[in-house]
Design a binder for this molecule. Structure first.
Ligand SMILES: Nc1ncnc2c1ncn2[C@@H]1O[C@H](COP(=O)(O)OP(=O)(O)OP(=O)(O)O)[C@@H](O)[C@H]1O
Length: 711
């Protein structure tokens, strides 16, 4: 089994409609493939969930039924709100090893995840003001989901997809509700056997670790969203690998709340307080919805803005420096000078894009528990220039920002660089052994880099700067700290700068538990299958899977290749179980081999269930029939979608009866000429009738005249 196609899905056709073409990436709980919706010839994403061996033949049927029912609500909101990825269907298949794999079919998105963006920026954070603009549609969408009692339950950087072409919603939220659905079903179907935590432990809210604190709800998403914002502000992902119990210890410690300041980001009190409430231990103490949290952040940012110091553009260039220079004689108004005494957290630059701010007399916030103590480190930040009279400069007078500026990277959000050594270990959903270098060599962004060349950051990019269309009620003065694109130039008209260098130490913040291991690429080593170049995106490290070797296996079920018996029906016949494999093909494969609990009967029929549910499961009678005919006519045999498909095109096409084409899909449908001929026929009949009547009438009149003229 190839590590680049863990489920050996490439080349298969799911439910006769979705040809699996290439691996996109592997997350903690799922593997995403790119596929082709054969009928309308549209690309789709096929998200296959790694559920482990508790989902056996006996439970598969119930699971699939419920999975489809529960996914319906989430897919409905995806149709209404463009900020959610659109779901096309869901179903279940089995791997060659007989592992049951529920999957969802999603619209294919061009772009990359927020996780990749943050990783590529490498420690260049973004100001909160920008994030509030950029992620507002996504926040609103989450709020809408909450109003409909839907909870995401697993928000991470990977849940936000940045669509390349922008369009209606440049940021799409993936996986709405899936985590909770699976959690609920798992509890119901396999109490005691299913994993406790179905969410990324790095972002899981306290109640997800300890159900005694409450059930999942909107505050669960508020918590995770706060962490996502912190990650983007900081420009660094919270490590997602590590022991679940370590994450639980952090999340459940009332004294160590993961607020911006605990991560070394200096923010105003109001912002810190808004976050502190968002990440409170008890769900009841948090903002009750994302919309509340968002409004509080907006007003916190807005309320601080009028006090901002605004500098002329030239001064901005001077501020670009990796070192802190604290003027000993003329401290900036309203900002206390940075000293080790007043700022045990280090001198940090405000994440809202403000000038350096130092936590005042208040005691420093608790830092999140470090896994490994980091050595104190000298922080690089911006110098504090002498006070300059505020100037309400228009946005356009600011020099074009450059995202790649290293000083901007360090300065804007006051990144505390922590270089703590990583602890080893892996954790996760399904009691997974720690990854070995051979098995999961590539935790990070394996393929995202391969598939999509990220657009280079554009100066003045609204998404990047958040300046062009700030929706704030108060006209915003231009924030002095931006992304200066030119190196600092000395100014002759300013008094000489004091050169005292304030060296500050940064206490350890939440340090990585495990550092990423390098990504690898390669060619899939699927035996007997045409090797295809595979593009892999990997936002999170590979999840190795514990093989269960002491139970007999059932043989693979050939469900996907077989044409289906009728609408919504699929008969699955399992052959008697083969002897257990002596060993796995090669070391690489072991991590994805999950063997099945033996089926209750020799013949398993998951049968009366459609293996795929599409957007519009209720067949729309006349219209659908016409569209299905059309699909066949539009794609004759000669245009087989993929020569490597194991399913003959005829067979696949015959199954189109199961797929009600979505509205979007039907855009490409060409109506059959038969429809046109029928119309012409009607006209012809009318014309002929008219002619016949006319001729007969003429004959009759002629005869009548003739007869009257006869003597
Ligand atoms: N609809 C889609 N279109 C295109 N790419 C997608 C789509 N959905 C997911 N991807 C990409 O597939 C890859 C794997 O996604 P997946 O959701 O499994 O991982 P993740 O979110 O990083 O991890 P986790 O499951 O641990 O949260 C990611 O790079 C993601 O951006």
């Amino acid at each position: 089994m190839s590590s680049l196609d863990p489920f050996r899905m490439i080349g298969k056709t799911l439910a006769g409609h979705f040809l699996v073409q290439s691996l996109v990436g592997e997350g903690r709980s799922s593997i995403v493939y790119k596929g082709l919706h054969i009928g309308p010839k549209k690309p789709v994403a096929l998200k296959c969930y790694k559920l482990g061996s508790w989902l056996d033949a006996a439970r598969a049927e119930t699971f699939l039924k419920r999975f489809r029912e529960e996914s319906k609500a989430a897919s409905q909101i995806g149709k209404e709100n463009a900020a959610f990825v659109r779901g096309i269907g869901s179903g279940m298949t089995t791997s060659d090893e007989g592992v049951y794999i529920p999957y969802t079919v999603l619209e294919w998105l061009e772009g990359h995840s927020l996780a990749r963006e943050v990783a590529e920026r490498s420690q260049s954070g973004r100001p909160l003001t920008e994030l509030l603009v950029r992620f507002e549609p996504a926040a609103k969408a989450l709020a809408q989901a909450h109003e409909q009692k839907l909870v995401h339950g697993d928000l991470t950087l990977g849940s936000f997809f940045l669509v390349k072409s922008g369009g209606e919603s440049p940021t799409k939220i993936l996986d709405l509700g899936v985590a909770k659905v699976i959690r609920d079903l798992a509890r119901e179907i396999a109490p005691g056997e299913a994993p406790q935590l179905i969410a990324s432990p790095s972002h899981a809210a306290p109640e997800q670790f300890d159900p005694k604190l409450g059930d999942w709800g909107p505050p669960t998403d508020v918590y995770a969203l706060a962490l996502v914002l912190i990650e983007v502000m900081r420009g660094k992902e919270i490590p997602s690998t590590g022991e679940e119990k370590d994450f639980a210890a952090i999340a459940l410690d009332p004294k160590k709340r993961p607020t911006p300041r605990s991560f070394g980001i200096s923010v105003f009190d109001a912002v810190e307080n808004a976050f502190a409430k968002a990440v409170a231990l008890a769900p009841s103490e948090r903002w009750s919805s994302v919309s509340e949290f968002w409004s509080e952040l907006e007003s916190a940012v807005r309320s601080e803005e009028p006090t901002r110091r605004v500098l002329p553009a030239e001064v901005l260039a001077e501020e670009e420096s990796e070192e802190i220079e604290v003027p000993s004689t003329e401290p900036r108004p309203a900002v206390k000078p940075a000293t080790d005494d007043t700022s045990p957290n280090g001198v940090l630059i405000d994440a809202t894009g403000l000038a350096p701010s130092v936590p005042a007399a208040a005691p420093p916030p608790q830092t999140a528990a470090p896994a490994v103590a980091a050595p104190p480190e000298r922080v690089s930040a911006l110098p504090v220039p002498p006070p300059v009279a505020p100037v309400a400069a228009p946005a356009k007078s600011i020099p074009a920002p450059t995202r790649s500026s290293p000083s901007a990277a360090a300065g804007l959000v006051g990144v505390s660089k922590s270089t703590a050594p990583a602890a080893s270990g892996s954790g996760g959903l399904f009691k997974i052994p720690p990854p070995t270098p051979t098995l999961s060599p590539s935790p990070k962004k394996l393929s995202e880099a391969g598939r999509i060349t990220p657009a280079p950051p554009q100066p003045g990019d609204v998404a990047a700067t958040g300046r062009a269309s700030q929706p704030h009620a108060i006209p915003r003065p231009v924030v002095a700290r931006s992304f200066p694109s030119t190196p600092a130039k000395p100014r002759s008209d300013l008094p000489p700068q004091p050169s005292k260098l304030a060296t500050v130490t940064v206490p350890p913040v939440l340090t990585p538990l495990v550092s990423g291991t390098p990504a690898t690429t390669g060619t899939p080593a699927t035996s007997g299958r045409k090797p295809e170049p595979v593009e892999v995106r990997r936002d999170t490290p590979t999840m190795p899977i514990e093989p269960v070797s002491d139970v007999p296996r059932i043989s693979p079920v050939e469900r996907d290749a077989a044409p289906q018996a009728g609408p919504g029906a699929m008969e699955i016949k399992a052959t008697p179980p083969p002897p257990p494999p002596e060993k796995v093909e090669n070391g690489t494969d072991a991590r994805v081999v999950r063997e099945m609990v033996p089926p209750p009967k020799a013949n398993v029929s998951v049968g009366d269930l459609p293996s795929v549910m599409v957007d519009e499961p209720e067949p729309r009678k006349d219209k659908d029939t016409r569209q299905r005919e059309t699909v066949r006519i539009a794609m004759p045999n000669a245009t087989q979608p993929n020569a490597t498909s194991p399913v003959p095109w005829e067979a696949a096409s015959a199954n189109n009866a199961l797929v009600a084409p979505t509205k979007e899909d039907s855009d490409s449908v060409v109506y059959p000429p038969r429809t046109v001929r029928r119309r012409r026929g009607l006209w012809g009949v009318a014309l002929v009738s008219f002619l016949v009547v006319f001729v007969l009438g003429a004959i009759f009149i002629g005869l009548w005249h003739y007869s009257t003229e006869l003597p």
